[in-house]
Design a protein around this ligand. Structure first.
Ligand code: DSN
Length: 422
């Protein structure tokens, strides 16, 4: 019996697409740093009958009957999340990271209030106040940047100056394309000085924090962490908001998530989150998290040896942002396409103060969370980087075909695991 036997019988078109995607994931190498592979247990929860159930409200306080099992599931998810991140409160209902951030803003701000967040082109995220989002119609977003793009150092003096001037209600740390650790103590000191709430969007590095391979912002006094659950944390697609200690803030967040922005929570997704949090509490997850960084370092070494330009000079986490334009004379878009042909999936990405357009920027962003899940270690990670260099420098059909065969060999000899806790 296959995972899709009923789909195969009832809907051959969708079946064909699902089988195609499974093969693509099995035979290629996933280097998009925000992607990963979930366990079979997480997949089973996502396909469970909890998808049938409405459960507006929170455990013990629902608007519909029949909640004895949903309450158990959500309580487990909350307790495991709190333990994993050292939080006093957790809201596990946000459907994704964007939803989590939106709810967090509305919980803490009044229309017109100011947020100080990282510039998108310096590594921030759309939901940190990019002008294309509707958030900017409601709130005022101002920016901080790196002082030195070659080292990644943030300009904390300027951040303090701007914060004193603009009096933001939120100092927002976090990123989707920044390869270094932040100085959390400085963020918190600035937030305290201007009486702002310190929020860290840990979406990209949640798994590194959970696995203690990266610092935990709560240890430095951050008030709130928002996150997705599906990146380094290796859970189902979804979001979450964690509060370090303030019950008052946690209550506002609960209200903003439901009924503020969402209706019935996706209970099948919450069950899958609970399972993935249990997996992340297992000692093997710490080994996984550390290996992600070792693998990134192995890739960094190859690109350094090539004299390639990496934004911030390299990486301390799970991702690398490479200036393809300066390093290989091709745009990020061209690099993405070439590597896609070789079975390596990554994404084109703007680099700091990019002079090229967002749809074809100068950079590519890639990382190791998914390939580390497959069991690739430093030697194979360096090999993947060598294959990338070969494709990006030679760019002819024969090199791409050769790379594709190498990638397939590596992928098939490292199958996607079904279980992480034995
Ligand atoms: N799309 C995610 C990423 O790739 O980083 C962020 O939302």
């Amino acid at each position: 019996m296959s995972f899709y036997d009923h789909i195969q019988d009832e809907d051959p078109e969708i079946f064909a697409a699902l089988i195609g995607e499974d093969a693509r994931q099995a035979e290629g190498l996933e280097l998009i740093p925000s992607e990963n592979y979930v366990s079979r247990a997480v997949k089973e929860a996502m396909a469970s009958s909890l998808t049938n159930k409405y459960a507006e409200g929170y455990p013990g306080k629902r608007y519909y009957g029949g909640q004895e099992f949903t309450d158990a599931v959500e309580t487990l998810a909350i307790e495991r999340a709190k333990k994993l991140f050292g939080a006093a409160y957790a809201n596990v209902q946000p459907l994704g990271g964007a939803n989590a951030n939106i709810a967090m803003y509305f919980a803490l701000l009044q229309p017109g209030d100011t947020v100080l967040g990282m510039d998108l082109s310096h590594g921030g995220h759309l939901t940190h106040g990019h002008p294309v989002t509707y958030l900017t119609k409601v709130f005022n977003f101002i920016r901080y940047k790196m002082k030195d793009v070659e080292t990644g150092e943030i300009d904390y003096d300027d951040m303090l100056r701007v914060a004193k001037e603009a009096k933001p209600k939120i100092i927002l740390a976090g990123f989707s394309a920044y390869p270094r650790e932040l100085d959390y103590a400085k963020f918190v000191a600035i937030a305290r000085e201007v009486d702002a709430v310190a929020v860290m969007d840990i979406a990209h590095i949640a798994g590194l924090i959970a696995g203690k391979a990266a610092k935990n912002p709560f240890d430095y006094g951050f008030d709130i962490m928002t996150t997705t659950t599906h990146k380094t944390l290796r859970g189902p697609r979804g979001g979450m908001i964690l509060t370090r200690e303030s019950e008052e803030i946690a209550k506002k967040i609960d209200k903003a998530v439901f009924p503020g922005f969402q209706g019935g929570p996706h209970m099948h997704q919450i069950a899958a989150k609970a399972i993935s949090f249990r997996e992340a509490l297992h000692p093997s997850f710490a080994t996984y998290a550390k290996q992600i960084i070792l693998n990134t370092k192995a890739m960094e070494g190859v690109f350094k040896a090539q004299g390639a330009r990496m934004i911030t000079g390299g990486s301390d986490n799970h991702l690398i942002l490479l200036d393809a334009w300066t390093s290989f004379g091709i745009s990020g878009g061209e690099a993405e396409k070439l590597l896609d042909c070789a079975g390596i999936t990554l994404n084109k990405n703007a680099i700091a103060d990019d002079t090229r357009k967002p749809m074809d920027p100068s950079g590519i962003r890639f990382g190791t969370p998914a390939m580390t899940t497959r069991g690739l270690r430093e030697v194979e990670s360096a090999q993947v980087a060598e294959i990338m260099v070969g494709v990006l420098t030679k760019r002819d059909d024969a090199s791409i075909e050769h790379a594709k065969a190498e990638v397939k060999k590596l992928a098939l000899s490292h199958p996607i695991p079904e279980s992480f806790v034995g």
